[in-house]
Structure formats: C-alpha cells, structure tokens
Ligand binder design. Structure first.
Ligand code: PLP
Length: 362
C-alpha cells in the first residue's frame, strides 16, 4: 500500500533529534515563552527574509491575530479566495469581519488577481491571499490593487513554507504572513503550532502583546488579548525540522517533477509560472472522472486525498452566510481535483508506481 501520507515515515529521520529537544526542554524547567520559542522565532524570521516572527498557538490564530491588529469595524469586508481551506474564512468571521469570496484561477488554484477589483466596495479593508497547495499567489498585481484602494494584505502561508515568488519568500510580501505548523504541513510540528511574520516593528510589538492576554509587561494589560502562545516544546521540535525544510522541499519538488514528466496528458497538472518556486504541500491534479479515478487508485493500493471535497460556500456551516451565490470555477475545482502522494516519506519508486497505475486508467 502506498499511503497518501504517513507522519511516522516523514518524521522517522528526526526522531533522535526530537528526543534530545524534548529532554532539553523537560530538564530546562521553563515551559512557556522560553528560549526555544525565542530561538525558533529568530530562525524562522531569517528563513522567511523578514525582521520579525511571533510564535502563536495555531495557523487559525495567526490569521485571527493578524486581522485583529488592524482594528477594522464590525462588518468591514475582507477579500479571500472562494476555494480556500475554511480556516481562512473562519478567521475573518472570528474578528467580526465579512468574507467576500473571489474566484480562483483554474490552472494555478490561487486567487485570480484580475477578479479582485470588481469585488472591492467602500467597506473593503483587506485582501487575505492564500498560497494554496504550496504555490504563491501572483503578488505584484495584488499588491498594486491593494495600494490603489488602500487595503491591507495578509498572506495565509499555511501551505507555503519556503515558497518563492520573484525572489521573495511566502510571508514577506504582505503586512503579515500567517503560518500553520500543523503536523502535516511542510514545516510540521508534533502538535498544534503557528506563527506570524512581519517586517514592521510596531506590528511585531502589538502581536506579541495580543498573543499573551494583551499584556505589555507582567500583569499590565493594554489590550483585550488572547492566550495564543507557541508552545515551548513545539518550538524546540520546529527548530529541529526547520534545519531540514529545504531538504524536505527539494524532495517534494523531485517527486513533482516525476509526475510532470511521466503522467499522460489525460490528467490536468497544476500550472507552473516563471519566477515561482512551488513547494508542493499538495500535488493536485484534475480529472473529469475524479471519483472513479480515486477509487481505481485505492483498488490498486494507492491512497489519495481531496483538498477539498466541498467548497466553503456550500458547507452547512456557511448556510445563510456564504450560500446563495455561485462560484463556478471554484465548484469545478472542488468537483475534479485529486491530491496525489507527494510526502517526504515517499520514495521515487513509490511515485513511479503511482504513475504506472495512473497511466493505465481509462
Ligand atoms: C492548515 C491551514 C490553516 C489552519 O491552520 P491550523 O494550524 O490548523 O489552525 C489555515 N489556512 C490554510 C490554507 C491551511 O491549510
């Protein structure tokens, strides 16, 4: 069986270092906001090419705190891609703002920059771009429209650690970059974890306050804050994994290249663009008979996933909130998309086997 993903397999190589990191924190006796968090924040900021990184409890919280910072009024609007993972939309709603969905491009799966302007109203305050599946959005036209309309830009980087757009890493283009270190992400912890990146000193200071109850100094509270601190143990594990992130990415890129070279043309491959370096959190192809293909692969002992089977506006939770409108591009993507195995735990032989089976699909 070629499983879609095995975290045991992915993390095997790092077990000894994780164990040492655990021992070190355990015996250190300092478990919240200690030197491990500070050190990881510094290394990850430097990895992303930004001044500041603030560790928080999850990717969702990274989005919530970023949006909270700006102090927008209830009902103000935030533009977000219609095909994102629901967390991006929930973050907007959690701070009392209104998500406004914009269609993605069918080849890149990312927000279509040309469709942003027509979604802007007098209440639009920000664009939440999502670098989906490990490919960055086309940032130049997005930053241009943001500047024209005086909008803030937050990057949802949960699937794009280390992805590059014209020389710039994910998390270094907008006002804030919001990262998740959920265990399956390219830079995955051994539990929940997240971080915010930014270039501005004031933003950094304010987010540090917000994540820790709004506390600016011990027992002094300047804001109505949150408890959303990156766990000291997770920070120690993340520092181990970060050293290998480029190796992990290179492995995934090698596997993606096999799919691109070998898969027959019946399968619609994810788009490539000059100046983009994609990190392949997910390798998502499209096929008109996706469900039959998925079943066929499973019958041949190959696990796949669907990211995601139901569009956000068609989820029950969004009844009366996002329902009503139709997003045909997004719906087509959700109907036809299939994620193939592409993890650090897979070998080239695994991928060749997937290709061999897929190319016999008819
Ligand atoms: C995983 C993910 C999140 C949420 O991250 P958590 O750490 O699970 O809170 C947000 N946005 C996107 C695009 C994601 O893939």
């Amino acid at each position: 069986m070629i499983a879609y993903e095995s975290l045991q397999q992915v993390n095997k190589e790092f077990m000894d270092e994780y164990t040492n990191a655990f021992q070190s924190v355990l015996h250190g006796g300092w478990y919240i906001l200690g030197k491990e968090v500070a050190q990881f924040e510094q290394s990850f900021a430097s990895y992303c090419g930004v001044e500041h990184c603030i560790g928080v409890a999850s990717g969702l919280d990274a989005l919530v705190l970023s949006l909270r910072y700006f102090g927008f009024k209830p009902g103000d609007e935030v533009i977000v891609p219609a095909n994102t993972y629901i967390a991006s939309i929930l973050a907007i709603m959690q701070v009392g703002l209104k998500p406004v969905l914009v269609e993605p491009d069918v080849t890149t799966y990312n927000i279509d920059p040309e469709k942003i302007e027509s979604a802007i109203t007098v209440r639009t305050r920000a664009i939440l771009v999502v670098h989906l599946y490990g490919k960055m959005c086309d940032m130049d036209p997005i930053l241009l429209v943001a500047e024209q309309y005086d909008l803030k830009v937050v990057e949802d980087c949960a699937q794009a650690h280390g992805a590059i757009y014209k020389g710039q890493k994910a998390g270094s283009c907008g006002d804030f970059g919001a990262f998740s270190f959920y265990p399956t992400k390219n830079l995955g912890a051994l539990g929940d974890a997240g971080a915010i990146t930014c270039k501005d000193h004031e933003l950094n200071k304010s987010i540090r306050t917000l994540r820790n109850y709004g506390s600016s100094a011990k027992y002094v509270f300047d804001e109505v804050g949150y408890n959303s601190r990156l766990d000291e143990l997770q920070a120690a594990f993340l520092s181990v994994k970060l050293k290998y992130l480029d190796k992990i990415t290179a492995h995934k890129q090698k596997l993606a290249a096999i799919y691109r070279r070998e898969l027959k043309s019946d399968f619609i491959l994810p788009g490539v663009q000059a100046g983009f370096e994609d990190v392949y959190h997910i390798f998502a192809i499209r096929h008109a008979e996706r469900d039959r293909l998925k079943k066929y692969l499973l019958n041949n002992n190959i696990g796949t996933e669907i990211h995601y089977p139901i569009a956000p506006h068609q989820q029950k939770a969004m009844n009366g909130i996002l329902s009503g409108a139709s997003y045909p591009v997004s719906e087509e993507i959700h109907r036809t998309i299939l994620s193939l195995p592409i993890s650090y735990g897979h070998t080239e032989e695994d991928i060749n086997r997937v290709v061999e089976v897929m190319n016999k699909f008819s």
